[in-house]
Design a protein around this ligand. Sequence first.
Ligand code: NDP
Ligand code: 5RP
Length: 518
Amino acid sequence: MSKFTSIAMIGCGSMGGGMALLFAEDGVHVNLSDPSEETMDAVIEKAEKAGYNGKLKKHKDYKSLCKSLSEPRLLVFSLPHGGVGDKVLEGLMPELSKGDIILDCGNEHFANTERRQNKCKDTGIRYIGCGVSGGYQAARAGPSMCPGGDESGLKEVLPLLQKVAAKDKEGKPCVGIVGKGGAGHYVKMVHNGIEHGMMSAICEAWGIMRKMGLKYEEIGDVFEEWNSSGELQGTFLVSIGADLSHKREPGTDSNSDPQQRPLVISEVLDKVVQDLTGEEGTGIWSNTEAIELHVPAFTLNVAHALRLASAYRGDRERANKTFDGAFPPSELDIKDRKAFIEDLRKATYVACLASYTQGMNIIARADQEHKWSIDYSQVWQIWRAGCIIQADYISDNILAPVLKNNPSSDDLNLNFSSVVAKDIKNSFPALRRIIAKSVETDQVVPALSASLEYFKISTGTDLPTSFYEAELDYFGSHMFDKKGDNDSNVKKPMEGKHHFEWKPVTSQKETYGKPPGV
Ligand SMILES: NC(=O)C1=CN([C@@H]2O[C@H](COP(=O)(O)OP(=O)(O)OC[C@H]3O[C@@H](n4cnc5c(N)ncnc54)[C@H](OP(=O)(O)O)[C@@H]3O)[C@@H](O)[C@H]2O)C=CC1
Ligand SMILES: O=C(CO)[C@H](O)[C@H](O)COP(=O)(O)O
């Protein structure tokens, strides 16, 4: 039973508005705060229409908002990331008391979450960072929720979250206590990094099918098949790909033939701008984290780069003129189209699995660094349904055997799993064929090809980096290990023990034939 019969929703946009209705549907009184009265009125109108009469109330100031809540108060944030949350917290603090809980449901940077947790610490206010996934539709119907922070606050708020969260196929709620500090927001951030890797792979497969001459709706049918069985079974991003491929413009004339109206997808420009406009930060942060924590995240890195390059449509058009048309992907003349599409399905799966593997490795490294004691069985449960990276086959067959027993972060690497090894070995030849054909014909395949490189490199013991290491030692005296004497470095890589004087040091005169300063 939840003790929160009245809550505050601060930020009533697409997500906050949906969640306000979701809480109201469960009988909770929701007190709204948003700079726009129109925004709050629109949410209240929807609530009235849905029959949640009198459950929602708008407020213009924090005093009246906080007075309307029973204690301990629960205040839910659904705000843009960064300074907005700081300002709201600053304004709220004088009105709050010991024991109150702030549940930040935005995509906040985990460092901001932890800074605010510290700021609240002496006041007894519990600040919980709770990533929410599934988009605005799930916000209304029940999202996947990923809370982390103060344990007492989490335990108090969990019963309410369990009521409203998405439910998996066994009816279990997709929410759980993830870990300490900023762990909840961190795991959600990496969820989005994985999301970007998967979205890149799926759009690359879509691009290849277009060049095979498949019509938009035929591609939708392929996605529907992929989603119904095999390794991409139950993959949300594939299923919405099937759905959107069939959507046509509504049209204004009711007598017109709906089949003659343009498909919406045929009108969408090839430009993703969210990273540049600052609306969202999770893709940038998960890549920054991967790099700062020294985690190889090939697929996530290039997926992000594809988004960035795509955003600069103007520059691409200008460069395209300079390059006189450059390297457009050619039409693909494929003899056995069925077999090629099957290869493409497997290739897409490898890239989705690469995204998960890289994402989990980022989380594991951060967990070690920040000592969040992440409960990986909860991460598994949270990603079962309601979230954008929901992938039933991967969840049941790949993640369950590894995560359900809450392994130590040292054992989390999915590349140590024999099930992953079997699946990747089975699909790798298909991916190789897709990449070979794509390279020949200039298809755009950054995430697919990075995933091929990723598995080749991260499971390989014969890399060309011996030569790299030798060059580093040649010009920088950076040392190297010799074959056979690096066994102790497996867990914690360390500088090598050997230096070779590849070329004796010479004076400037000896090198250039003249003394210094002449
Ligand atoms: N959209 C999505 O699919 C998802 C979004 N998120 C995250 O959820 C959060 C909200 O996203 P979303 O709903 O899409 O964004 P919106 O812009 O639709 O909503 C944010 C709302 O916060 C309001 N706001 C701004 N400043 C204040 C303030 N000082 N006090 C109260 N409200 C304020 C905004 O008002 P105004 O517009 O007038 O400034 C707006 O109504 C973000 O952190 C986002 O990253 C998470 C998962 C999915
Ligand atoms: O958090 C989300 C999903 O999980 C939001 O949908 C977010 O808007 C996605 O944006 P981006 O692709 O820029 O991360």
